[in-house]
Design a protein around this ligand. Structure first.
Ligand SMILES: NC(=O)c1ccc[n+]([C@@H]2O[C@H](COP(=O)([O-])OP(=O)(O)OC[C@H]3O[C@@H](n4cnc5c(N)ncnc54)[C@H](OP(=O)(O)O)[C@@H]3O)[C@@H](O)[C@H]2O)c1
Length: 279
């Protein structure tokens, strides 16, 4: 009797289940890799992205055990490579339910990219913006764009954003690039109807034990699952109330205000205008 009730509930749950197609950048390591596995295990299709083809192939092979996976390689520090990447997605997929802009850099030996940009702005701000905009037609049926930001946020120097100034310290460039991401996310939400696409930014949690944190801070860091779990929730959980343009701080565990600059509509639109001026 109990068995048949449980079976009935499970069957109904399954009946209402809608499998999503989720693209996650920087899924070859850290938070992105763990989040990908969790999303797959929930029955969604995951499009894995990484910059290293061998690594992408190995991870696609490993994750295939858990569900439907596809792999894409692109260097997000290179605007042209990002454009080719989104063109490949458009060519292969008619629909995308979620884009998780997760790939990120903090410390890098090569600070200036071949496009003449600070690598932090290129990878953390500009390429995610480009991807979101180019993939917008695929995301237009109640899609979600989850932008992985940080608690590290600093007022954006527009000259640094557009590559006129490239001498910022690693942490300054990182903090500015993450705030710039939150700001374009908020501005996009102002003119894209949230019944079509929702934009949300998230600090996944500070000092989680990934390669980025180990390399920069020299510490082992906290459980990476903390960050992966919140990405999964914001990406595919239907119960979570996601208001477009908002910022979720996972150190606090709720939606809250980011740096005050991100609450200034004019400043947010200026970020978009500046990014567009160099694309
Ligand atoms: N860990 C934390 O405590 C923390 C806190 C706040 C925010 N975050 C953010 O969380 C996100 C994930 O970071 P993580 O901590 O998981 O770091 P991670 O382990 O270093 O992973 C970063 C991912 O981004 C990829 N990537 C780096 N540069 C790239 C490029 N030029 N083109 C394409 N892909 C590139 C990496 O590829 P490879 O595998 O080839 O290296 C890797 O897959 C980042 O946006 C980060 O800023 C992390």
């Amino acid at each position: 009797m109990i068995y048949s009730y449980v079976y009935h509930v499970a069957k109904n749950k399954r009946k209402n289940f809608i499998s999503k197609i989720v693209l996650i950048t920087g899924a070859t390591d850290g938070i992105g890799l763990i989040a990908s596995r969790k999303i797959l295990k929930k029955g969604h299709t995951v499009l894995i992205h990484g910059r290293n083809a061998t690594k992408v192939k190995r991870i696609v092979d490993n994750l295939s055990y858990f569900g439907k996976v596809d792999g894409f390689t692109a260097d997000l520090s290179d605007v042209n490579s990002t454009q080719i990447f989104s063109a490949k997605i458009i060519q292969k997929y008619r629909r995308l339910d979620v884009l998780i802009n997760n790939a990120g850099v903090l410390k890098n030996h090569q600070v200036v990219t071949k496009d003449g940009l600070d690598i932090c702005f290129a990878v953390n701000t500009i390429s995610p913006f480009l991807l979101a905009n180019q993939l917008l037609p695929l995301l237009s049926k109640r899609g979600r764009v989850v932008n992985v930001a940080s608690a590290a946020q600093a007022s954006v120097d527009i000259d640094a954003l557009i590559g006129k100034y490239t001498d910022l310290s690693d942490m300054e460039a990182y903090s500015q690039s993450k705030l710039a991401m939150i700001m374009w996310s908020s501005a996009m939400a102002k003119y894209i109807d949230q019944s079509k696409t929702v934009f949300v930014s998230v600090n996944p949690g500070s000092l989680l034990g990934t390669k980025m944190v180990r390399d920069y801070f020299g510490i082992s860091g906290k459980d990476v699952n903390i960050g992966a779990n919140i990405l999964v929730q914001l990406a595919v959980d239907e119960k979570i109330m996601v208001l477009s343009g908002k910022y979720f701080d996972n150190d606090k565990g709720f939606f809250t205000s980011p740096h005050p600059d991100a609450l200034d509509e004019k400043k947010c639109f200026r970020i978009i205008k500046s990014i567009k001026s160099i694309l």
